[in-house]
Design a protein around this ligand. Structure first.
Ligand SMILES: [Zn+2]
Length: 392
């Protein structure tokens, strides 16, 4: 059976989409906050679902490799790309959508159309974010293998145990978030549910490990930055890169830093450099359309972060500031009159991104960090009028 082809052009491309919904934030939450702050009109409501599950969501990218668009209801991203490789003995599904009925319906309808049997299917998950891994535990059978990375299986354990959110709350306060705004964040509301459910029959893959499915001979390329253990799949003979959220064409992947000791922006730059060296003709990203200009896109992403780093250095010349304070003075591509008009969740993601840049600049010796009581403050380490931050 020939799958239906959907060739709609993706359109998004605002920095606001960087706030993605990393841990399952819903449109209703945003909408209710937006109604309270009516000056903020940056976020468009979702169009009503016009399609039946599975209809028009499948695109054959290369032979036996299909992109399935899984809708993310009430979500700024609108959909996630799941990739299916149909093969004789075992098929492979790469990323799954969230643990929601709408995702399940779309996935099942698409798999029926592709005649893929879940009893003969394994899974590869690029990273632990709920829109990529959430549905997998509802799709597995007792014979399934879920290929994944070890660092993020440890994060999942802390999410399930609740430690993750306790640390997140602590860090949110240390980074200067006012307590009343922190209380508005969905993660700290009583009864908040990540919808992350096991079991996860993980088989861990390391950087460079092979993964052979039918005619596809993938290599794992570990690309930390967007998340700690993010892993892409590269097929050198076909020059394909399944990029997860490491490279997106219409959206700037969100690089967030919170309580972890790592330097995610530094990791992201070296991951970009690694992928730049690969011979890639076609990138298959986790969201929106596939694209060809891999190296050009990498340069654009680096330019973006260069501008952000420069902006932060110049903001800190005015004096010591908390990450929240620095974020409040940065330019955000959001149609809000002022920082005060941002919903708390946007401030949360903006502060996380700002912190990633602050950590990077601190490690480069361009800014300094100190603790003042329970608050983290950053200040400029240099006094020259013009400091260009070399991120490339
Ligand atoms: Zn993600």
């Amino acid at each position: 059976m020939k799958p239906r082809i959907d060739r709609r052009a993706p359109q998004l491309g605002q920095d606001t989409e960087e706030i993605l919904l990393e841990l399952g934030y819903s449109w209703e939450d945003l909408q209710s906050l937006k109604n309270e702050k009516s000056s903020c009109d940056s976020i468009e409501p979702l169009a009503a679902q016009e399609k039946e599950p599975g209809e028009g969501m499948i695109e054959e990218i290369t032979e036996s490799l299909y992109k399935i668009e899984i809708p993310l209801p009430n979500n700024l991203l609108k959909s996630i790309n799941s990739y299916v490789i149909r093969a004789g003995r075992r098929s492979l599904i790469i990323d799954t959508g969230m643990n929601l009925e709408e995702c399940m319906n779309a996935m099942q309808a698409s798999l029926r159309e592709l005649q893929v049997d879940l009893r003969q299917t394994d899974f590869f998950i690029t990273h632990f974010h709920a829109d990529h891994i959430g549905l997998v535990s509802n799709l597995i059978t007792d014979r399934s293998v879920v290929y994944f990375n070890r660092p993020e299986s440890e994060i999942i354990e802390t999410i399930v145990s609740g430690i993750f959110f306790r640390d997140l709350m602590n860090f949110t306060c240390i980074s200067g978030f006012p307590e009343n705004e922190a209380q508005e964040l969905p993660y700290f509301r009583p009864g908040y549910d990540t919808q992350l459910r096991g079991p996860f029959p993980f088989r861990f893959l390391e950087d460079g490990d092979p993964l052979k499915i039918g005619d596809y001979q993938f290599q794992c390329v570990r690309t930390p930055g967007h998340s700690r253990g993010h892993t892409c799949l590269y097929e050198p003979h076909k020059k394909l890169l399944i990029s997860g959220d490491h490279l997106l064409n219409d959206i700037t992947p969100s690089i967030q830093s919170r309580f972890d000791k790592e330097n995610p922006l530094k990791q992201y730059f070296s991951s970009l450099d690694r992928v730049y060296e690969l011979d890639v003709e076609l990138v298959l990203p986790g969201h929106k359309g596939v694209f060809r200009n891999c190296r050009e896109r990498i340069r654009e992403l680096k330019d973006h972060h260069q501008e952000r780093a420069d902006e932060i250095v110049s903001i800190l010349r005015e004096g010591s500031k908390s990450p929240y304070h620095v974020a409040s003075e940065m330019t955000w591509n959001v149609n809000c009159d002022s920082w005060d008009g941002f919903p708390a969740i946007q401030k949360f993601f903006a502060t996380g991104e700002t912190t990633a840049h602050l950590k990077y600049l601190e490690e480069m010796g361009l800014i300094r960090k100190e603790m003042q009581g329970e608050r983290m403050l950053y200040s400029s380490a240099r006094t020259e009028d013009s400091v260009c931050v070399p991120v490339r």
